[in-house]
Ligand binder design. Sequence first.
Ligand SMILES: Cc1ncc(COP(=O)(O)O)c(C=O)c1O
Length: 475
Amino acid sequence: MPLCNHKNMSGNAKLLHENLWESDPELMDLIRKEKKRQVHGLEMIASENFTSLSVLQCLGSCLHNKYSEGLPGQRYYGGNEFIDEIELLAQKRALEAYRLNPEEWGCNVQPYSGSPANFAVYTGLIEPHGRIMGLDLPDGGHLTHGFMTATKKISATSIFFESMPYKVDPVTGLIDYDKLEESAKNFKPKIIIAGISCYSRCLDYKRFRQIADANGAFLFADMAHISGLVAAGVIPSPFEYADVVSTTTHKSLRGPRAGVIFFRKGVRSVKPNGDKVMYDLEAKINQAVFPGIQGGPHNHAIAGIATCMLQARTPEFKDYQTQIIRNAQALCKGLLERGYSISTGGTDVHLVLVDLRPAGITGARAEYVLEEISIACNKNTVPGDKSALNPSGIRLGTPALTTRGLVESDMTHVVDFIDRGLKLSKEITAVSGPKLVDFKRVLHEDPTLNAKVQALKEEVQTYSAKFPMPGYEEF
Ligand SMILES: Cc1ncc(COP(=O)(O)O)c(C=O)c1O
């Protein structure tokens, strides 16, 4: 609620107290359009979600105003009495959400998002040009796991550290742990990263740990995509095996757009003579986040983390996460029944990677036509793809749809919409020929095909709008 509601405000008072819809109708109009797009579409981008009203209220709160460089109790600015309490609460709840003993684990809730969190992990743990190994981006890893191409170091994590990727088996689509073991023996990484952006199976953390141990490397789990599922205990947790775990908080966890780093504390190992070797990660990680990489923490986001971690401990949250997986499996089953090919043959998590090569459709066309009918997803490389620039698959995720209350029976409709969209893309290609520009032109300009696209879009929009959306009514 605004504090002031004077109709006759002027000057600075007007700047300060007017509602956005009065002070900036042009921007408000765009925000309303985006809200409408979200409500009327099927959101299937695997990394997206619709956060709760409570989290949005944190993000729009007075906490945004405060500078608080440093950690609770050790700030560079005054006035942090309550900010300290909020950050400590976020830390405590983050540990509780993952059932961690505070004697064994600590966490830093200040990372602005997943990418700076990961950069802070490398900065804290190893020297510049230290060696890291992560799943290759085209194989389902993330940019920040050291991505580079043959001609260019793309991610800063490959510019400032030396990276060597591991891969999935091109036939099964599963991580080739034997090859990882062999490469690690040669490359001698200081950090092995267990984390995915597009991989539909649970990770074998035990095997990762063995390979890390054999090379004296840290095991770093980036659970950004799956952190909601891990908190709910519906898939294996990396905490049993990892030294450090990072996460974003806005994907399956359904919190604010932010990041968290968890680090081990206490005894790391015991020498043959009985001497204890202690972990020394806490100061290294904390200093890498601030002052190493970041400045003032985003206190509004940290409050959002606190409240989403509270939600993550509820039975309702566990039901939600269970339903995410059920929906992904129902989606997978439906697509298989319609003859589509699924990478790895199925899913254990929140996402499905559809291999469109047998269907004769490119990922780019599929993504484009689905977007035109109000289904949001992204094109993605599939195992064995020759070119990362022209991927042959699409990645579909269920966290956002599940938030809106869709269940397995609704997936039948979703599959039907996707199937009809993809069939339309084949019809359009038959007219347009192979070039994507021609495909887009024909989709919009061919009256018969465009009418079909518009009719399907209307069906999808009417269907989507039936499901509730958390957050503010209008924006
Ligand atoms: C596994 C993984 N790590 C890190 C990130 C980076 O997160 P952000 O986009 O918040 O920087 C992502 C984002 O997609 C991710 O999938």
